[in-house]
Design a binder for this molecule. Sequence first.
Ligand SMILES: Cc1cc2nc3c(=O)[nH]c(=O)nc-3n(C[C@H](O)[C@H](O)[C@H](O)COP(=O)(O)OP(=O)(O)OC[C@H]3O[C@@H](n4cnc5c(N)ncnc54)[C@H](O)[C@@H]3O)c2cc1C
Length: 526
Amino acid sequence: MIGNVTEHYEVVIIGTGAGGGTIANVLAKAGKRILLLERGDFLPREKENWDPEQVFVNGRYISKDTWYDADGKPFQPQVHYFVGGATKMYGAALYRLRPQDFGEIRHVDGPSPAWPLGYDDFEPWYTKAEWLYQVHGSHGADPTEGPWSRQYPWPAVSHEPRIQEIADDLKGVGYHPFPAPCGILLDEANRPKSACVRCDTCDGFPCLVHAKSDAEVLGVRPVLDLPNVTLLVGAEVQFLRTNPAGSAVSTVLVSRAGQTEEYSGDVVVLCAGAANSARVLLRSANDEHPNGLANGSDQVGRNYMFHNSNAVVAIDREPNNTVFQKTLGLNDFYFAGEGVQGESRSWPFGNIQLVGKSNAAAMRGEEPKLTALAPAFSLDEVASHAVDFWLTTEDIPKPDNRITVGKDGTIGLAYRQSNQREADSLYKELRVIMNHIGIAAHHVLDKNFYMNMGIPIAGVAHQAGTCKFGTDPRTSVLDVTCKAHELDNLYVVDASFFPSIGAVNPALTVMANAIRVGEHLLGRMD
Ligand SMILES: Cc1cc2nc3c(=O)[nH]c(=O)nc-3n(C[C@H](O)[C@H](O)[C@H](O)COP(=O)(O)OP(=O)(O)OC[C@H]3O[C@@H](n4cnc5c(N)ncnc54)[C@H](O)[C@@H]3O)c2cc1C
């Protein structure tokens, strides 16, 4: 039910994205009386959902927030406040981290620290998340992936003809392309793909027909009608208050429709996303927690990561009529060591995957760059020949890359990118690949979907790390169950908990962890 407020709940969940929507699903199905507090509303289903101009040029679904960089320069961050959180816009590339990502990895700019739990600890939860989020894929096809206990619930989404050619060409020259894991509600055996896939591969668009495996569609909606579930939208959590001893959260203070409301729960689960969860904790400083709630370690807000990513548009000689393009991944450069072409890498470079197909409207925001680099093409021609790649290099958690909060509650984000040499090397490898398979016929262009935002720091899609989990309360915010070391009933269950981020998309790990913590809570509350 929506809006039926009672005073006290077994669990109060703040935020309904990958973390909050998933843990809500687990706890609700088990009959726990939960209150979901979401600052946004349901994302409207409207024709603009699939309009690239509205989505990419006008930024229709991006929050109006203003954040400030380390120099105090304002920017509009790429955040989305809706039921379902960032997953309403995400590309639903639902990768597991590699087993090695859970250990320490040496990078050119320093170590990526080990997690307090290993891949084997996460494997059962990855499997559950892949089934909850209906992931299509083929375990066993990517030589870098870890062991898996159960195949994906759906076969890999088929490549369209041009992508199949690229996959075959890559194999022909010794690479190991694999079908990318995609979260999409699609039954190719019984329905043609075109009946479901109407937009450019879900990437960056909300899905008008609710065919994307997002946290609203598969996390929140399936439990909304249960009598034990209450969802309040437009409910922005401002502060958490503690009991006098400071040992537990006693009250959740919420702004809703211009009023301040108070709620309480036996357990409070903060899932507002890496920046906003840190904001809530830092703003909730009190006498017992003078540096912010749960912040005796001084780690809340620090170690912010968002990947060193590069989107690249290759302009092929042949037209590329693909609609659902993101069916292919390549991890041949994921680890340091000997490469398939006999090259030697001192450092890991990262993951290459295809992303949503370019379109002229999205490119229009970058017109000056495009016209400078490809004067012979109209934007439509460029887009129709584009093959679009997304390159991801791991970002190192650094204490000075951090969220801070101004007196008025505004978010400050100080951030310096790491591992640029690795990212540059990955880009060079992509160019070599394209030469091998004859795809780099004309130009390679940088691609920036979020052209309105001006500075790269605004691309906070993969934000993580601001409340890392660990075993030592002096150096981590959360324990291994994601409970705040310093509070008995406060959990943080979003991308904040990552001690390092690996070089694959983060959402499946957020979802798997939410199921893990959800089942832990069921045990705790029995
Ligand atoms: C365009 C785009 C493409 C992406 N593509 C991929 C992809 O292909 N694969 C992948 O793995 N990841 C992708 N991501 C990243 C992925 O969506 C995030 O990693 C994931 O959603 C993070 O989950 P979360 O729970 O930490 O935060 P979110 O999913 O953002 O959820 C946070 C929720 O908290 C709410 N909230 C915030 N503050 C408050 C408050 N004070 N009170 C109440 N509610 C609050 C927000 O409205 C939101 O609903 C993409 C992201 C974007 C933006």
